[in-house]
Design a protein around this ligand. Sequence first.
Ligand code: SAM
Length: 288
Amino acid sequence: MGPLTNRAVIRQVMEKHGFTFSKALGQNFIVNPSVCPRIAEEGGAAPGVGVIEIGAGIGVLTAELARRAEKVVCIEIDSRLLPILAETLGDFRNVTILNEDVMKADLAAIIAREFPSMEVVVCANLPYYITSPILMSLLEQRLPIRSVTVMVQREAARRICAPPGSRESGAISAAVRYYSEPKILFPVSRGSFLPAPEVDSSVIRLDILPAPPVQVEDEAAFFAVVRGAFSQRRKTILNTLSSALDLPKDTLRPLLEEAGVSPGARAEELTLPQFAAISNRLFDRERS
Ligand code: SAM
């Protein structure tokens, strides 16, 4: 069989197995031969390292990961791809495909079972319909992983990696920085996929932090403040948080000032320590 980035090879494999792309499952497969080796290298696939891949497609990235890593476990929701993957990845002894929905899979149990005493990284060309829920779920579970290297839509990459306090920041950027150090690695044009999506993409890496960069007394309160603050990003933080948290402005104003936040500021101007200071003061107030 020829390279899995070759369009003729892909068509041949698809025809043989009667496979058609599912738009609903975000199936845009990589056909640019330089992309997968780079994701694998920069994602940390190496001897002694275990890789979790989300969404194998026909296995083009999986093969590059398997060439470099100790072991690859791939979670793929579409059972129609299983016979294709058995053929395209048949030569690799270090690949396991799990036919599961990544949002329902018990990743902690999979890591403990499949990668005992191995350093683990996540690599994927993510299905775009579900990028943020997958990233947040990976981070919130506090899995024993070193990094998450993923292809996402270019706009999403900018938002995910935007530092809090910058114009492109949002609830996702604040949440991502609570758990990791994000970085945009390289751009990938829409022509690098089959079928070509309507937008360009970027590969990003989230290096997981050993501990959050800010001290938060109650994580639920912290994330409620972050989500609430960005729910109406054009309004002032005083107005937005007052309606999102159902608190009178007269109660909220001194609390914001104590936290070093101007009540007239917009959410995108706030830093992570400021979000933490607001949520810690709210938490103290509720306890007293
Ligand atoms: N890795 C392949 C590549 O780069 O060519 C395929 C990437 S394609 C963008 C996304 C893959 O994720 C598809 O194979 C799709 O079936 C799979 N997928 C979609 N939703 C999923 C889910 N909830 N859990 C696991 N896999 C999923």
